[in-house]
Design a protein around this ligand. Sequence first.
Ligand SMILES: Nc1ncnc2c1ncn2[C@@H]1O[C@H](COP(=O)(O)OP(=O)(O)OP(=O)(O)O)[C@@H](O)[C@H]1O
Ligand SMILES: [Mg+2]
Length: 230
Amino acid sequence: MDREISLYGRVAYIATGEFDGEAAVLKLSWTSVDRLPENAAYEILLRDGVEGISAIFKRGLLIEDFGGFRLEYTIMEFCGEPFSKTILAIQDKRDDDTFTKAVKSIVNQTTACLVNAFASGIVHRDISDGNIAVQYDYYDDEAYARIIDWGYAKDSIFKSKESVEVGEKWCYDSAKVGKNEEEHDPFTGTPRYMSISTLFGASFRNVMADIESIFMLYSTHCGRSISSVA
Ligand SMILES: Nc1ncnc2c1ncn2[C@@H]1O[C@H](COP(=O)(O)OP(=O)(O)OP(=O)(O)O)[C@@H](O)[C@H]1O
Ligand SMILES: [Mg+2]
């Protein structure tokens, strides 16, 4: 499958299938050795029990450094369809109140995930429609949202002892990677969902930018359909 290589030298290949009888997704990613590996972001999120991320079945590093790039794989739980697709389906099948309840629940789950990730030092920096996967249980009328694709994440507490240990485990230099991010956050994300400060080229980003993107997503895909999610 042909994939575009992003400005930041990152390309991912996705395949869906089954792993131990569960619906699963295999992600193979080439990323710059100067950036935080996605598996390292998952290591930190899983270590701290951050909810609202995909379950990970298996992951590993295949190539540590090939001309400045690393190849890693992650086999994870299939977390559902992109936000807008699930939202449209719920809107079609359910009344306004049930739809509003589902949207509120998705906004709550995803913002809680981002805040808890930030408490562990992680900022996602690529909140978009495709990176919020949602499953809806039409029997119990419950929405389950997962934030996926932590491939542009940064570790904002990279100097901590724990982060240095994660660097050792995943074979990257936590101080060097962290310093790159400290100098200037890269311009990552999808323009229509980016925070205003990101669009204006802010050199520093924290969880506020990610949360703003959640509300951009909400207002783009459901803003006109419901009265309030406050
Ligand atoms: N665990 C998952 N559950 C459901 N769908 C997934 C999962 N992982 C990936 N996908 C689907 O595959 C798409 C691409 O995956 P992902 O976003 O991780 O890769 P990427 O190449 O880093 O992203 P992008 O396409 O945003 O550059 C997602 O937008 C989503 O639709
Ligand atoms: Mg993505």
